[in-house]
Write a protein that binds this ligand. Structure first.
Ligand code: AMP
Length: 291
């Protein structure tokens, strides 16, 4: 395993691989790696000759009052988990100063994708996606990947990044992978470690809610309001959960819809707080075609 800390070294390594004709696959992460991240690493290894995993808790995507300071940082365990995949992985783990010289307050260059953050997480975490697009654009310019692999667990993030790649003509193939789950359906997340046993048990309602939405849409329900109500009823089974949103939006524009058209792809998504821990889940669903 190769460990790289600086932008310059990362770029030099990427240039070497590229001039040797080797394809680079990038998996951006904030560390605290779990089986969901490792599935992305395996997919990157399938699609590229060299896999780069970036481990960087990106300060600019945390909104004021969020868990930046207490976000789990487990570099040694992360490196062990990557070794155990059996793939040869290059880890890029820059200090904040490398990615944001002079610190976040001194940063003057941002990448924003307008409009797609008006709903879902973007509506409740102002500035979050600007931080994500800014850091991923930098990671693309530093690790120079041919292909980048992301989880669809963060569906809005994926849709926004895909749009950024299209609009800025990044020559990077974008791959979105299905959400890896616990046996009871809970989506794996680095933040699950914050849950106490009672909350952990109740957190199963998120996956149940989006699954109920999927079934409704696939059965031909066209009223988005009915689907939202179905999700809310399911979420209400968790007495300690505090729902932040339950929404049905168009899968590409991420704008809310009233009536789902035949054949339309939608995204059903929820966010729920347990204490101060915020969990999300979602499903892309294709409505049945017109009869
Ligand atoms: P994070 O470290 O949380 O920023 O996530 C890094 C990448 O892993 C993102 O592309 C996430 O969407 C993806 N990811 C996180 N959790 C899962 C999961 N349960 N299944 C699949 N991918 C995931």
């Amino acid at each position: 395993m190769k460990l790289i800390y600086t932008v310059r070294e990362m770029q030099a390594w990427a240039d070497e691989q590229r001039s040797a004709g080797r394809r680079i696959g990038l998996v951006p992460t904030m560390g605290a790696l779990h089986a969901g991240h490792l599935a992305l690493v395996r997919e990157a290894a399938r699609r590229a000759d060299e896999v780069v995993v970036s481990i960087f808790v990106n300060p600019t995507q945390f909104v004021q009052g969020e868990d930046f300071d207490r976000y789990p940082r487990t570099l040694e365990a992360d490196l062990r988990a990557l070794v155990e995949t059996g793939h040869s992985v290059t880890v890029f783990a820059p200090p904040d100063e490398e990615m944001y010289p002079g610190g976040q307050a001194a940063n003057r260059t941002w990448v924003t994708v307008e409009g797609l953050d008006a709903h879902l997480c973007g509506r409740h975490r102002p500035g979050h996606f600007r931080g994500v697009t800014t850091v991923v654009a930098r990671l693309f310019l530093v690790a120079k990947p041919h292909v980048a692999v992301f989880g669809l667990k963060d569906a809005q993030q994926f849709v926004i990044l895909r749009r950024m790649v299209r609009d800025l003509h990044f020559d990077v193939e974008m791959v979105g992978m299905p959400t890896v789950r616990e046996a009871d359906g809970l989506a794996l997340s680095s933040r699950n470690v914050y849950l106490n046993p009672r909350e952990r048990e109740q957190a199963v309602v998120l996956s149940q809610a989006v699954e109920a939405a999927r079934q409704r849409v696939e059965a031909g329900e066209q009223e988005a309001g009915v689907i939202v109500e179905t999700m809310r009823l399911t979420l209400a089974r968790a007495p300690e959960g505090r729902v932040q949103y339950a929404e049905v939006v168009d899968a590409e524009t991420l704008q809310p819809i009233d009536r789902i058209e035949p054949g339309q792809e939608v995204l059903a998504a929820v966010a729920v707080f347990f204490g101060s821990t915020r969990l999300i889940d979602n499903a892309f669903v294709q409505a049945p075609p017109a009869p």
